[in-house]
Design a protein around this ligand. Structure first.
Ligand code: KG4
Ligand code: ZN
Length: 352
């Protein structure tokens, strides 16, 4: 079964062809980073317009690289949410057109669930039950993936998503956009104990996350040390504070839920410190950690095609009058309100 996956929820135009939900035949990512970099974050209208320009060439390229023609495709999978409304709509409208013109089923996919399914492309299947940590530019959610394939929410961020915090701190440190990879790189040259930043909610017994206090602490530190700032040290110390809380809550979840597998998902799952610290700590407790390869952590069409294939196999079909849902949740009714909708200050500031 050949499924075309279309991803346009934010600033990456991703199109891929995946065979049988597992084999990557092509994975085209037309990123728009240069377009948004001068604004210091994603400008929704710019993203939507860029998707319009980039999407159809990306579909052609994905098919050419996969060695297939449009008529060979068995289904069209597309991200229907969460994400930026205008950006999502471009992908959804295009996917509907392909589905209608080719007379193939349309499968609407939840972007966050697609991030989790990226693991299938690297590891062959989705182990369940497992603890799942979805950590991206717009989300930080700790969940249980039950044996029946359903998700149960343990906790999530009560303010900033992790990627959002990485992007904002990188901006304060003058590291440009997107901030996560820049902090990850620079932190390797810094001392993670250079500055004692707060670890919010680390011992509160909940599975919730909070990063706004940490973000403010970094800002205060930067203002107080103008001209003598140890930028690698601040980057490493900020990252260490984020990772400390993440690793602690993930491991507590494995113990309390009596599960021995952790699945990482989302752009921030590419963070080298999180991967290394979690793998080390988990190994001591005989817990295995699975994460997508780096190129499949951030937004891409392959994860959408993969999640779409599994939905198709479960008999799911999406009607052609489906709309985009910018606030779609992983677990219906449970989630961060208005997630990933950029606030006014974020348009000229951090990513989301
Ligand atoms: O999943 P993703 O591509 O888009 C969303 O669904 O939001 O995640 C993008 C986020 C950005 O905030 C980016 O800075 C962050 O992932 N990111 C990282 C790293 N690579 C990407 N954060 C920390 N370390 C990284 N290596
Ligand atoms: Zn994403």
């Amino acid at each position: 079964m050949l499924v075309l996956g279309i991803e346009t929820s934010c600033d990456e135009t991703g199109v891929a062809v995946v065979e049988n939900g597992k084999a990557l035949r092509s994975n085209v990512i037309a990123d728009q980073q240069l377009l948004h970099a001068r604004f210091g974050g994603v400008v929704p209208e710019v993203a939507s317009r860029a998707h319009v320009d980039l999407l159809h060439p990306a579909v052609e390229q994905a098919c050419a690289e996969a060695g297939v023609r449009l008529g060979d495709l068995d289904a069209i999978a597309v991200t229907i949410g969460p994400g930026l409304a205008g950006a999502l709509l471009v992908g959804v409208a295009a996917a509907k057109s392909y589905a209608l013109a080719l007379d193939r089923p349309l499968i609407g996919v939840n972007h966050l669930i697609a991030h989790v399914y990226a693991n299938v492309l690297d590891h062959g299947s989705l182990p369940a039950p497992a603890i799942v940590f979805v950590v991206s530019g717009g989300h930080t959610s700790l969940l249980v993936l039950d044996a029946d394939g359903s998700f149960r929410m343990l906790g999530q961020t009560i303010d900033d998503a992790a990627g959002e915090a990485y992007d904002k701190v990188a901006r304060v440190l003058g590291l440009g956009y997107p901030g996560g990879p820049a902090i990850d790189r620079l932190a390797r040259e810094g001392d993670p104990s250079a500055v004692a930043f707060p670890r919010s909610l680390i011992d509160d017994g909940s599975y919730d996350f909070s990063l706004s206090g940490l973000k403010t602490a970094v800002l205060r530190h930067v203002r107080a040390h103008q001209g003598e700032l140890d930028v690698p040290g601040v980057a490493a110390s900020f990252q260490e504070a984020v990772v400390d809380v993440q690793v602690s809550k993930i491991l507590r979840a494995t113990a309390e839920e009596r599960l021995d597998t952790v699945l990482l998902a989302g752009g921030v799952a590419a963070n080298s410190r999180l991967r290394a610290r979690l793998e080390r700590a988990a190994a001591e407790r005989h817990v295995r950690v699975l994460a997508p390869s780096l190129r499949l952590c951030t937004d891409n069409g392959a994860m959408v095609a993969c999640a779409g294939t599994f939905a198709l196999e479960r008999g799911e079909r999406t009607p052609l009058d489906v709309g985009a849902d910018p606030n779609l949740r992983i677990v219906p009714g449970v989630g961060r309100r208005a997630a990933r909708r950029p606030k006014r200050h974020q348009r000229a500031g951090a990513r989301r």
